[in-house]
Design a protein around this ligand. Structure first.
Ligand code: PTJ
Length: 254
């Protein structure tokens, strides 16, 4: 079944389209096979969250937008799942907040970096970093720590949708401000983040862009107030509470 063959009135339409994109990503050599497993884990948490953006996640997205607009050199890190699921939305966010896009892979191969960079260019990206690999995230083995010196290595703010815990901790040790998008509030990466967004990246990335457009003319003091008022622990606790206390209403299976 292709994406266009999925009927829009199917009760699991959004989930089916998402699965199709990940599957196509693997077939095109963009997404790793491990990306399929990560997708399954994400789907389970999304199901428990009610497949919606919680008010706490929306506040986090606004804090992320303010953080990005106030940044000197923001970089959006893109892996094989992000590239397959939200390439256009990622390019739009980068344009809106004037961020670099860098392909940064957990399972790093030069071939997959190249394919993802091409895919992002096909979806409107002008410049894609991550192909030089002349920088590093200290404290990680070589392949997992490869970054660009003029990209993630020199960024002050990094958006890391779906990061693994070790790399999130290593980026934190470098002094980066981290915005992490992850559906699992118990995962180490959102727990390391300055701004954890517990939401599906498919919803979260365009939501940050909407908030950034809304805040485009905000003075620096207003951006600072939004960032200072955001409480990461509260955001994580609200998501966990939604999972633990939420009514487990029947959601149609595919
Ligand atoms: O392309 P690569 O080589 O960089 O590899 C990317 C993956 C995602 C395979 C790699 O980083 C990995 O193995 O990640 P983990 O450790 O499985 O963590 C993935 C996290 O992302 C889990 O906490 C999932 O709940 C979460 N997740 C999965 N899909 C989504 C998601 N969070 C937000 N939106 C999603 N669509």
């Amino acid at each position: 079944m292709t994406e266009t063959e999925v009927s829009e009135d199917h009760p699991r339409y959004a989930s089916l389209v998402t699965r199709h994109r990940i599957e196509a990503g693997v077939e095109e050599g963009i997404t790793s096979k491990q990306g399929l497993i990560a997708q399954g884990r994400g789907e389970a948490f999304d199901y428990l969250l009610g497949e919606r953006t919680l008010p706490s996640a929306d506040r986090a997205a606004r804090a992320a937008a303010a953080t990005l607009l106030a940044a000197e050199h923001p970089v959006i890190s893109v892996n094989g799942n992000v590239a397959a699921l939200a390439p256009t939305e990622t390019v739009e966010l980068a344009e809106t907040v004037d961020a670099d896009i860098e392909v940064n892979l957990f399972n790093h191969t030069a071939e997959r970096v190249g394919r993802i960079a091409d895919h992002l260019r096909e979806h409107g990206a002008d410049e894609v970093k991550g192909l030089t690999g002349d920088g590093e995230i200290p404290g990680l083995s070589h392949a997992r720590g490869v970054v660009d010196a003029d990209g993630i290595e020199s960024a002050d703010v990094v958006v890391v949708p779906l990061e693994d815990g070790d790399r999130a901790a290593a980026l934190d040790s470098m002094g980066k401000t981290e915005i992490v998008i992850d559906l699992n509030p118990g995962s180490r990466s959102p727990r390391t983040a300055d701004v954890p967004i517990i939401d599906n990246l498919i919803r979260a990335v365009p939501n940050i862009t909407d908030h950034a457009r809304d805040l485009a003319d905000a003075p620096p003091e207003e951006l600072r107030e939004i960032v200072d008022a955001f409480d990461a622990d509260e955001a994580l606790a609200a998501a966990e509470a939604a999972i633990r206390d939420g009514s487990f209403a029947a959601q149609d299976e595919t």
